[in-house]
Design a protein around this ligand. Sequence first.
Ligand code: FAD
Length: 433
Amino acid sequence: MAKSARVAVIGAGVAGLAAARELHREGHRVVVLEKRHSLGGTWLYDSRVDSDPLGLDPARYVVGTSLYHSLRTNLPRQLMGFLDYPFAKRPHEDQRTFPGHEEVLRFLNEFADEFRCRELIRFCTGSSEWSEPREGTTRGCGEVHDAVVVCNGHFTEPQLAQVPDMTCIEKWRGYQIHSHNYRISEPFIDQVVVLIGLGPSAFDISREVVIVAKELHITTRAPNVTVGKSDNHENIWLHKMIEFVYEDGKVVFQDGSSVHADTIFYCTGYKYHFPFIETNGFVTIDDDNRVGPLYKHVFPPHLAPWLSFIGMPKQDTPFLTTELQSKWLAHVLSGKVLLPTEEEMMSDVENYYHHMEETGVPKSFTHVLPPNEIEYRNWLLAQVGMPPLKEWRGRMYRECVKFAKAKLDGYRDQWDDDYWDAVIASQNSKDML
Ligand code: FAD
């Protein structure tokens, strides 16, 4: 007979909502603890920023989202729905394939209402502590639960670039900000801005800031950067990494060039951060941002299945992946699906690490799913006896990443909707999802 567990889910973002729905569907008794006043996580925009714009002060006030005001999705909406609840266009709403962030929040609210997740959420309830199980139970928020599911997201704790000498950065007299605290471009009017990074946030923010700034100097540790003035923009320059900064505002790059800058902008990504979990070392975050050991990015072998993490993977389609992870988790907790033994899970994790090392994949890529994202998702589906995904889902993701890189400015409005509608319509196999 299926078992019903008392489960605390920490966070009511995409991952927490997906987990709550699947756990509830499977008959578990779920409570979602959310520290903010409403659901949506990242997608709940907040015009405020942290009290420390660089994110160095551990005691700073932290805003729970990194969205900027103008943000549009960087994935087509077809990749931002759930299997049985697509992110469809609605009359009188934002009809774009890459919609604004408000549209995503509306979708998540509708999802929460449709599947009655909202009533499971306790808002303004920060989970401040979780401790290792004693006698088969786990403790969360002063309550006892059978299981705790961590869905606290990983886009609010700034990761700072490896500038050669951090002490000189601390003395630099200009303004320094991490992309987590960027909302609008107005503060950068007529400024000389040095922006570190080449990821999706760096791309979007640089395109917005460059319109108002005097000069924008983009610096990256990518090995094949063509140093010099950009062909496409009058006021963008590309540089190698920062070598040194001087108190008077001078920034020297590794390619020998230098500028006097007003602002250094860190679009350098985020760190995993679980300040509320005490696992006696059974789950750790190392300097390379590897969280482990985690069997298939979800279960710490020693604490499985009573502690789990949903939404760890990066560079992926988070809606779908968290949904599939949650289905697996819900089935494991009800006893319908058995996990391997602790030793077998540990050995799987070690093999994965070993394979990364042998193939030259850096440790910081531990939770980056591509190029194995399709295999991973189909593996999760197979665990719960569901058929594999249709081919278009994997192909659309890869094409979108390539397309964004190739088309650069304005790529979102050049996406070929008719082509993709036809591809999706042609794949109507009943044996695939
Ligand atoms: P979050 O959305 O961060 O939700 C975590 C929740 O946990 C929050 O509500 C938080 O308040 C709560 N929480 C945290 N700590 C506690 C605690 N101690 N106690 C209680 N509650 C807690 N994805 C896409 O699919 N498409 C995109 O276009 C896209 N664009 C993005 C743009 C930016 C700038 C960023 C930062 C991310 C983007 N993403 C995009 C990824 C996005 O983060 C995911 O879509 C999704 O929001 C991840 O959901 P999550 O639930 O894992 O985390």
